[in-house]
Design a protein around this ligand. Sequence first.
Ligand SMILES: Cc1cc2nc3c(=O)[nH]c(=O)nc-3n(C[C@H](O)[C@H](O)[C@H](O)COP(=O)(O)O)c2cc1C
Length: 269
Amino acid sequence: MTIYDLIKSRRSIRTFEEKPLSEEHMKKLTEYVRNVENPFGVPIEFKLFDAKENGLTSPVIVGAKQYLAAKVKRVDGFEVAFGYSFEKACLYALSLGIGTVMLAASLNRAAFEKAMALTQDEVMPLASPIGYPSSKMSIREALMRKALHADRRKRTDELFFNKNFETALTENEEGDFAEAFNAVRLAPSAANGQPWRIVLGKDKVHFYEAKSMKDSPLGDVQKLDVGIAVAHFDLVRQETGIEGTFVFNAPDVVTPNGMRYITTFERTK
Ligand SMILES: Cc1cc2nc3c(=O)[nH]c(=O)nc-3n(C[C@H](O)[C@H](O)[C@H](O)COP(=O)(O)O)c2cc1C
């Protein structure tokens, strides 16, 4: 399966089979998360936990026996880097048949932070259950998905722009970025807010955050969303054979109210 197919098949899982991960899957996931890099060079430390042993619970999760959590130092731009790495880990889990859902709010946070041995200068923005998806959703999960319109995404002309924010990008203009942009559109986000925006310049893809939520003690949660979307873009553009690097160099573009520049992908090939 390609990463693009994996991204197209992904959805958040909140109802799990009542069994722990196999030893083989625990070993593979533990190994993988030891070194999940991001293009921003910010180290993210992951840990896997037994839920019962550590008293980890979530009011929206049914059946999960284990959790994945991660922490990061509060350095500049930690949210984007964290979102990127966490989503990469979740996509790897999905490739093994393991379901996840990112939880920022629906968890007994104090127990998770204790398990992570969080220090003063660290933050644990997200955790996720890890387990095998149940064939049937709990009623609560089904209702949540409906309330969040979890299967809906914004139209491309609301998300992607050509050279400036006044001109929506047409399908033709996406060129070979089409799959990478669609992968951005399909990304998960807090309350399905989809705050990512892209302005396409010449061989440059500028990422923005349409900020609509106040910062919390966890930082800017919508920047996590943009980091997740950047991961989708980056993994699919690599698969498509597009080369380049991420830089911080805001273009000379007039931004609508609340729009924050995040990063730019500079294409070299
Ligand atoms: C940063 C972030 C935080 C989230 N926090 C929660 C949460 O606290 N509780 C929850 O049930 N879902 C949470 N979600 C899952 C979103 O509700 C979900 O991704 C969105 O509704 C889209 O659905 P999908 O992932 O199935 O495509 C979070 C997602 C992200 C990216």
